[in-house]
Design a protein around this ligand. Structure first.
Ligand code: GN1
Ligand code: MG
Length: 375
């Protein structure tokens, strides 16, 4: 897979976008596992800089569809903010802005077939891989709740399912089983404990799919990558902008809730090697749930509320299944920083599932308490 472009190549690409001024600095940016991101500074004064991103087309096989979704979502969000009375730069800071290319597409293709897009950099913002305070968690809940709420009147059928069955646990388990059967890189014998842990929990993890099959869960437009670091906070830790819109697709709200909690409730990193550090921070859970419900009580159905706890258990489990599948296939999906990285991530996510199971009653109690405020 093509990675690590030299900065000269990136600079040439940056200049093909409609940027203000000329490039003064380029550096790699962020901690994404899929796309490559560079921060581009210029001597222009209209904006604070840009983010140039190579969209990984091995993962996102239909980049034009990804970009159509992104444009539609951005347009809709900006209209909603304007309707609510937020004008000008204000809106530009709350919603991502794509930089025009001078061609008919909002992305460019380079001579080796890589896809690139550019966004306006939002300066004076911060994101956290590990949440530190209840205020941050609450702001995350408000941000993702508001995001879903603003998109609730956009017709779901207009959004492409750019990664089909992205959160379909049945399909994810099928893929894991195929990876076990072909054992392409001879690693299956190393992971029997992890496979046991996954098999044991399989049945319950289908609950959301079962509810959906019974027609009990509405399909909404969801973000599908609600890691906490996909919310930009301002310097006072107020939520400013939801980022990483690649995976905005039709989905169930429990997936977004669960993926956010996966990264908020864990006192340790997603790939923590010392499993004893993986413990639950309940006040952060309550704070996220409070923020989320403040927005989401306007549209959630009782069945959706009931499904949220299932999302909390499912998302770290699904992440473990995905990391393990990639480990068994030879690490070609996620960027890895060392040879066992995907295995380490798998173990960390499985430990998180274990912790969540132990504290399930407490988690449900917190959700009930928060929901009751609105009844
Ligand atoms: C990937 O690239 P990034 O960090 O935004 C992945 C998510 C995972 C996440 C795990 C398209 O997101 O689904 O939850 O890693 N994105 C895709 O950290 O697979
Ligand atoms: Mg992402």
């Amino acid at each position: 897979m093509m990675r690590n472009f030299n900065l000269e190549q990136v600079s040439v690409l940056a200049n093909r976008f409609d940027i203000d001024g000329s490039v003064t600095d380029i550096s790699p940016f962020g901690s994404g596992h899929i796309n490559d991101t560079y921060r581009v500074l210029t001597n222009g004064d209209k904006v604070d800089g840009y983010l140039l991103q190579r969209i990984n087309h091995h993962v996102f096989k239909n980049v034009p569809a990804v970009m159509e979704n992104m444009q539609l979502v951005i347009h809709h969000l900006k209209e909603k903010y304007k309707e609510a009375g937020d004008q000008g730069m204000h809106v530009e800071k709350k919603v991502l802005t794509l930089v025009p290319t001078g061609e008919s597409t909002p992305y460019l293709v380079d001579e080796t077939g890589n896809f690139w897009r550019m966004l306006v950099l939002l300066a004076n913002t911060q994101s956290y891989d590990i949440v530190e305070t209840p205020q941050q968690a609450r702001e995350g809940g408000l941000a993702f709740g508001h995001f879903q709420r603003l998109l609730s009147d956009l017709d779901v059928s207009r959004i492409h399912e750019v990664l089909p069955d992205f959160h379909h646990i049945g399909k994810r388990l099928d893929k894991l089983n195929q990876a076990i059967a072909s054992d392409m890189v001879g690693r299956v014998s190393l992971v029997s404990a992890e496979l046991d842990a996954i098999k044991r929990r399989q049945r319950r993890m289908h609950t959301i799919l079962d509810l959906a099959a019974d027609g009990l869960l509405p399909v909404r437009i969801t973000h599908n990558d609600t890691k906490f670091n996909n919310v930009l906070l301002d310097m006072q830790d107020k939520a400013q902008c939801v980022i990483d819109l690649d995976t905005v697709m039709p989905g169930y709200v429990a997936y977004d809730f669960g993926d956010a909690i996966r990264t908020i409730i864990n006192r340790a990193a997603e790939d923590e090697a010392d499993l004893d550090k993986i413990t639950l921070n309940m006040p952060l859970f309550e704070a996220y749930a409070s923020g989320y419900f403040e927005e989401a009580h306007h549209f959630l159905t009782p069945e959706e509320v009931g499904s949220l706890i299932e999302g909390v258990l499912l998302l770290p489990y699904m992440q473990a299944v995905r990391f393990l599948t990639d480990f068994l296939e030879g690490d070609h999906y996620y960027k890895v920083h060392h040879v066992d990285h995907n295995l380490q991530r798998t173990r960390a996510q499985l430990r998180l599932v274990e912790q969540l199971e132990v504290h399930e009653a407490e988690l449900k109690g917190i959700i009930d308490r928060v929901v009751n405020r609105y009844q």
